[in-house]
Design a protein around this ligand. Structure first.
Ligand code: CA
Ligand code: CA
Length: 492
C-alpha cells in the first residue's frame, strides 16, 4: 500500500526509471530509534533522511572519555568546544544556558553591547522613511542606510555577535542532559567546514537581536496604491511616486521597508551532515507582539514590526545533508530558510534537507522556504490560524528558485478561511513539487491541483531529478496524535 502510494506519486511523472542518481532513504519506524540509555552515543540511524548520506552523521559518538563534558553555562560550553576542537566530543547540556552572558554568568543586554554612538531613538529619527526616503531612489529603491548611526548600530551588533554566536566544530554531539535542557538568547552556528554534528533534546529560545537593522529597500515599491491583505483585513496604503515633490507624495510615502535581525537559533551556514532531533524552537519570553512597528503610516503594517528574531533553523551557504526530525517549532515567524538568495547559484547541488515528524505550531512562514535544494518533508504536523495577529499561518513549504520538494503525508489543522493552495507559497518559476497523502482539517487534499486550478502566473512542475526511497509513511490521519506525543525535547 505504502509502496504503491509512492510509485504513483513519482512514477506518474516518469521519474523512478529516469533519475535516481541521487537517493535518500528514511528511518525505520520511529519507535525503533528511541533508546533511553546514553543519548550522547547515539548516531543518526542509517537511511534517516539526507544527513544519512555518505559517511552518515555520528556526531561525537566516538569521543574518548576526556572529551565527554557536562556544561551549565556559556563559558563551560565555549571552553569544552575549544578544548576538544574537531575531536569527537559529547557535550551534555544541564539546565538552562543563557548565551548572552559574560564569563561570570552575568546576563548581557542592550546597554552592555551598545556602542557609545548608538541609540535606538536616534536611529529611528535618522532613518524614518519620512526622512530617509526623500532621497533619489537607486534602481527604484531607497538608498541603503549610511551615516554614523548605522555605523554605530553595526559596531553594537558586532559586540553582541562576539558573545552570542557559538561556532560548533566538526564531530560534535550536543545533547540535553534531562527533559529541561535549554539554550537561550544566542545562536549555534555550524559554518563551512564543520561536518558531522548532532543536536538533540534541547529547547532553544529567543535568539534576540538587540540591534535590528531597518532595510528601507526590503519589499519597497512605488505602486501608487498598494493592496494589503493581512490578518484577515483588506486595505490599501496611500499612493506614492518615485520622486520627491511634496510632503504628501513621493518615495517617502511608498510602501515597504522591513526590520531585519541577525540571529537564528541554529544556523547551518555551510555545515554538512547535521542531525537536529527532538529539540524545540521558539521566541520564548520575548514574542514579536511586544515589538510593534515604529514608523508612522503607511509604514506601520504588521509586517513592519521591529523584528528581533530571524530564523529558527536556517540552512544556507552550501550547507548540505541535514535531517530535522521530531522537533517542535512554535511561536516564531521565519522558521527555516533553505538558501539565502536567488543569486547564490553556488548553492546548486547542495542544500539537501529532510524534515519528518516535526510539529509546526503557530508559526508563520518558511516551513521551510526552499531555494535550490532537494527537500523531502513527510509526516509533519502543522497547526495554525490564518487570522492570528502575530503568527498568522502564511505557508508551509515555500517554493523558491530551483526548489525540488517531495511533500508527503503531512497533516494540517488550520483555522480560518483556508484552501489547499494556501498551504504552499510559490516564489519562482521552475520549481518542482511532488506531493501526496496530505490532509487539511481532516480532509485529503491535492495541493497542486488546487494551485493549478487557480491559473497562477507561476508554474510548478512535478518533474524532479531525484526521488527519496520509500519512507515508512504514517497515514496523515495518524500524524497529529503521533507527532504531538513524540516531537520536542523530553520525549526521548
Ligand atoms: Ca534576516
Ligand atoms: Ca538567518
Amino acid at each position: 500500500m505504502k509502496k504503491s502510494l509512492l510509485a504513483v506519486s513519482l512514477g506518474a511523472v516518469g521519474l523512478l526509471a529516469a533519475c535516481a542518481d541521487v537517493r535518500v532513504g528514511f528511518n525505520l519506524p520511529p519507535e525503533s530509534t528511541v533508546q533511553a540509555a546514553d543519548l550522547g552515543h547515539q548516531v543518526l540511524p542509517a537511511n534517516d533522511g539526507w544527513a544519512a548520506t555518505g559517511t552518515g552523521t555520528t556526531g561525537g559518538a566516538k569521543a574518548t572519555s576526556d572529551n565527554i563534558y557536562t556544561v551549565g553555562t556559556r563559558k563551560e560550553l565555549v571552553d569544552a568546544l575549544k578544548k576538544a576542537g574537531d575531536k569527537p566530543k559529547i557535550i551534555y547540556i544541564k539546565g538552562t544556558i543563557n548565551l548572552s552572558t559574560d564569563d561570570s554568568g552575568r546576563e548581557l543586554v542592550e546597554k552592555d553591547y551598545a556602542d557609545p554612538g548608538y541609540s535606538f531613538e536616534a536611529y529611528k529619527k535618522s532613518y524614518d522613511p519620512a526622512v530617509w526616503n526623500r532621497q533619489a531612489l537607486v534602481k527604484g529603491k531607497p538608498p541603503a542606510l549610511s551615516g554614523p548611526l548605522e555605523e554605530a548600530r553595526e559596531r553594537s551588533k558586532q559586540n553582541q555577535a562576539k558573545v552570542v554566536v557559538i561556532h560548533i566544530p566538526s564531530n560534535t554531539s550536543i545533547i540535553g542532559a534531562g527533559a529541561d535542557a535549554k539554550i537561550i538568547r544566542g545562536n549555534l552556528f555550524i559554518g563551512k567546514g564543520a561536518d558531522n554534528v548532532i543536536i538533540r533534546n534541547i529547547a532553544f529560545e529567543d535568539a534576540f537581536d538587540y540591534f535590528p537593522e531597518w532595510d528601507p529597500a526590503d519589499s519597497f515599491n512605488t505602486k501608487r496604491t498598494e493592496p494589503v491583505i493581512e490578518f484577515g483585513q483588506n486595505y490599501t496604503v496611500p499612493g506614492c511616486q518615485d520622486k520627491f515633490e511634496s510632503d504628501e507624495r513621493g518615495p517617502q510615502r511608498c510602501n515597504g521597508g522591513r526590520w531585519n535581525s541577525e540571529y537564528d537559533l541554529i544556523s547551518v551556514n555551510g555545515g554538512t551532515h547535521v542531525w537536529i532531533d527532538h529539540c524545540s524552537f521558539s521566541d520564548g519570553e520575548r514574542l514579536d507582539k511586544q515589538y510593534p512597528p515604529v514608523f508612522a503610516a503607511p509604514y506601520n503594517q504588521p509586517a513592519q514590526k521591529v523584528q528581533h528574531h530571524d530564523g529558527a533553523v536556517d540552512i544556507t551557504n552550501q550547507a548540505d545533508f541535514v535531517t530535522l526530525s521530531y522537533n517542535h517549532f512554535y511561536q516564531h515567524d521565519k522558521l527555516s530558510l533553505i538558501g539565502g538568495s536567488d543569486g547564490l547559484t553556488s548553492d546548486r547541488g547542495t542544500l539537501n534537507v529532510s524534515y519528518h515528524h516535526n510539529f509546526f505550531e503557530n508559526a508563520k512562514q518558511r516551513q521551510p522556504r526552499v531555494r535550490f535544494g532537494k527537500v523531502n518533508s513527510y509526516n509533519n504536523y502543522f497547526v495554525g490560524d490564518m487570522d492570528d495577529h502575530f503568527y498568522p499561518f502564511a505557508q508551509s513549504v515555500g517554493l523558491g528558485r530551483e526548489a525540488k520538494v517531495v511533500f508527503q503525508n503531512n497533516a494540517f489543522d488550520i483555522k480560518g478561511k483556508v484552501t489547499p493552495s494556501d498551504l504552499i507559497w510559490v516564489f519562482n518559476d521552475g520549481t518542482a513539487l511532488v506531493e501526496s497523502g496530505n490532509v487539511l482539517n481532516g480532509t485529503p487534499v491535492d495541493i497542486l491541483a488546487d494551485y493549478n486550478a487557480k491559473k497562477p502566473k507561476l508554474k510548478v512542475s512535478t518533474d524532479l531529478d531525484w526521488a527519496p526511497e520509500e519512507p515508512n509513511l504514517l497515514p496523515a490521519s495518524q500524524v497529529p496524535d503521533y507527532v504531538k506525543a513524540h516531537a520536542g525535547p523530553g520525549k526521548l
